[in-house]
Write a protein that binds this ligand. Structure first.
Ligand code: FPP
Length: 210
């Protein structure tokens, strides 16, 4: 979800206003995706590298995660099940504050009976780290090192392979996002900043795979 900062700067607003609009856009896009009958929507909310941003910005983004994971009534109305993918909270170098952990756990529990779209938020997530952790676990259990055993030990083993990966705001590079799961995925790059990513943009991405 690149481009929140640039979206805000172009309007003479602080970067945090761009993130807030980004969070609102998630709520809008989830409604659109549900209407479009999408099974899985996974969003990169915060990476293992994002902690180095200015403290006030990090605090703001964390608050937005608390807000998003708190939209339980809305998500239940839409029959959306929430999931999270990221570095385990008890990892030695994990930094997720308890109030975010609580919001994540509550959203997962309170939407667990929903049978519609699965909305997965990547928080404190890094694709390379996920792969290292999976390999470590396969080793710990003395399992054969195969693509299947690694897949089975990713953070969220139920997450299916990615059909289409979208990157906003003119970024045309692969990021540290779902590296293993996105082998073979179609890629959609758009100039639109994340807050402007709308139904029309989603259709253009889906056109690559439908
Ligand atoms: C990248 O844009 C965006 C982020 C690092 C954070 C994404 C966060 C949100 C969309 C808001 C809240 C998200 C959730 C899941 C509640 P950038 O800050 O790098 O902007 P720039 O590329 O224009 O500098």
């Amino acid at each position: 979800m690149d481009g929140n900062g640039r979206w805000a700067a172009a309007r003479g607003l602080p970067r945090t206003a761009g993130h807030s609009e980004g969070e609102e856009n998630i709520a809008r896009l989830v409604r659109v995706a549900v209407r479009r009958d999408i099974g899985w929507l996974t969003l990169f909310g915060f990476s293992t590298e994002n902690w180095v941003r200015p403290r006030a910005e990090v605090r703001h983004i964390l608050g937005l995660h608390e807000k998003l994971f708190g939209r339980i009534a809305e998500l239940n109305d839409l029959n959306v099940r929430v999931q999270w993918i990221g570095r385990p909270f008890d990892a030695a170098d994990a930094r997720t504050p308890r109030y975010v952990q609580r919001a994540i756990r509550k959203a997962i529990a309170d939407t667990s009976a929903n049978t519609g779209m699965v909305l997965t938020i990547a928080f404190d997530y890094g694709g390379r780290r996920e792969l290292c952790d999976a390999v470590e676990r396969v080793r710990q259990w003395h399992l054969p090192m195969t693509p299947q055993s690694i897949t089975d030990h990713l953070y969220l083993a139920e997450l299916p392979p990615v059909d289409v990966m979208v990157r906003t705001s003119g970024e045309r590079r692969v990021s540290n996002f779902l590296l293993w799961q996105s082998a073979g995925a179609a890629m959609r790059f758009t100039e639109k900043a994340w807050p402007e990513f709308d139904e029309h943009e989603l259709e253009r991405a889906l056109a690559l795979v439908t």
